[in-house]
Unconditional design. Structure first.
Length: 164
């Protein structure tokens, strides 16, 4: 049941690459979009637009950097703990990947909160006036959706008993 060292190294590399890509895209967005510039990708539907988000999803917990940082750090610790308990084998690869993506998203935004005291967001669906988000948010949102699917339709209850 314990994660072997090769699996841990591969997970750490993927986690690092994903987190670095998130931070890289945020850096490019700041340099290209700071000052209120908007770059339409699909006019009237999707654009790049940089904002500094001092809250969480949909702008909740504005100026709650400390509490959001603590929640993110705890979530990362829990994700690592769970990841290390997942059995080896192809059956659990989707679950392991989903947890790595969620952890990378949490880490990317946590980095912003710790170093900048806000999160850099820059992707905007103007068609539906959806809140501005970033690559880390995509990792987390898509992965949580896939995780729910896996739990509901792929894994049986006994498959997920490795935590006990």
């Amino acid at each position: 049941m314990k994660a072997d060292i090769t699996r841990i190294i591969k997970a750490a590399v993927l986690f690092t690459v994903l987190t670095a890509f998130d931070l890289f895209t945020k850096s490019i967005a700041v340099n290209a979009l700071e000052g209120g510039k908007r770059v339409p990708l699909i006019p009237g539907a999707l654009e790049f637009y940089y904002i500094q988000n001092r809250g969480a999803a949909f702008g909740i917990f504005q100026n709650g950097t400390l509490i959001l940082g603590i929640i993110s750090a705890i979530a990362l610790a829990v994700l690592i703990f769970v990841y290390l308990r997942i059995p080896d084998g192809k059956k659990y690869l989707p679950l392991r990947l989903v947890l790595i993506f969620i952890a990378a998203g949490a880490a990317g935004n946590l980095y912003d909160r710790i170093t900048l005291h806000y999160v850099r967001d820059f992707i905007y669906f103007s068609l539906i006036d959806f809140p501005v988000f970033n690559v880390a948010d995509i990792y987390v949102t898509c992965s949580v959706f896939i995780l729910a699917f896996l739990i509901l339709f792929y894994y049986k209850e006994e498959d997920l008993q490795f935590g006990h």
